[in-house]
Ligand binder design. Sequence first.
Ligand code: PLP
Length: 455
Amino acid sequence: MNYTTPINYEIVKQKRDESELENLGTSTIREIVRLVNRIEEATGEKFVRMEMGVPGLNPPQIGTQAEIDALNRGVASKYPMIEGITELKHETKRFVKLFLDIDVEEENCVPSVGSMQGGMAMLLVANRTDRNRKGTLFIDPGFPVQKQQCRVLGQDYGSFDVYNYRGEKLRAKLEEEFKNGNYSTVLYSNPNNPSWICFTDTELKIIAETADKYDVIVVEDLAYFGMDFRTDYSTPGKAPFQPTVAKYTDNYIFLISSSKAFSYAGQRVATLVMSPKLYNRRYPDLKRYYSTDKFGYSMIYGALYSLSSGVTHSAQFGLAAMLKAANDGNFNFLNDVKIYADRAYKMKKLMLENGFKIVYDKDEDKPLADGFYFTFSYPGLSGAQLLEELIYYGISAISLEITGSEHIEGLRACVSQTKEIQFAALEERLNAFNKDHAEGKIISNRVKKNKEAKG
Ligand SMILES: Cc1ncc(COP(=O)(O)O)c(C=O)c1O
């Protein structure tokens, strides 16, 4: 059977077959990237690419210039200190105070090769503090690679979809998860990748209280720092501040990525911040792996030392310069990335006008923020099936199935790579999709129709 679709049906089908991916619903982000690259190459048509969470903006000149200056000073020939250059530690401490309103010491702030490495180091230390506990509880949906990190380390993990446990309901669910004494850590991102839900202060307080009760370390992944644009968190030292669990517990780790909020993904530099109490805490079981029982020392001179012996020297200067400018009130980093919210608003509107639904749509009783990601579905189709169909219409995304979401009918869209000039094409393609699918026509025929797919 041949169909007329916005992207040549035969070529898409041929590339799809050649990819040998069994099911796009369980394929990784990078596998989808590869498939779409090949279709674009073969057809000469540009996709509306919503699969990968890469920044769609230029890096701030402040960071680039500071790196050039550092390289010209010759830092490339010198090993950076594992605990980080003084400038970066100093500016991170200030950033945490000025944008989260939390007090930490410079020694608690260490650089990592992206938050990916920060997460890995965290697992290597925090999940080894108690020989009787098995690993991390992920509050899902979440970033799939973090579970892969657990798997490659041979660590166990658990997870649950928070969709049905918002507000006060979260307390009983966390109690149920923690009370078996299995977990050393609990991890979530806020704002959340993939759903863009943002925990309320009530929820953060519940996470803190239940974690404290069962002595679980809270790992707050701030990869999208301040990017809940319903509230302006951009003025240093002035409320409102980015909400954080650290207001309610002194047993936390922050992973602060520079990739999205500072459009600095390519330089692979982030900071990991341990609460002062956790940094100094002694866990006798750490001695199984490290020369000391001290948490902070094990993190720096045990885990980070063995992973990469520090972070690229110039990248640390770049990040330090951007943080300093933000701290001094000379660089409104959130203003630069606010454009993602406008895009999300417009793209969601186009989807809703063409028969699609938004899956995660509320924070307790408040409509969800517009930001870097949103989630969507099409009535009657499973996520896997929707992905298979959408590629014939020049639209790519990833399935929520790989994020620990129970809403397997949904897909995640990332808005960063879709420019305003592509909106007309997006509208046309969504329109064509809706016309073809409103009556249940399926053109890819790869995945069985999911009867349980919710509308
Ligand atoms: C929730 C979350 N955590 C961590 C990361 C990784 O950040 P980095 O680029 O700093 O390694 C990402 C990147 O997409 C993310 O979405």
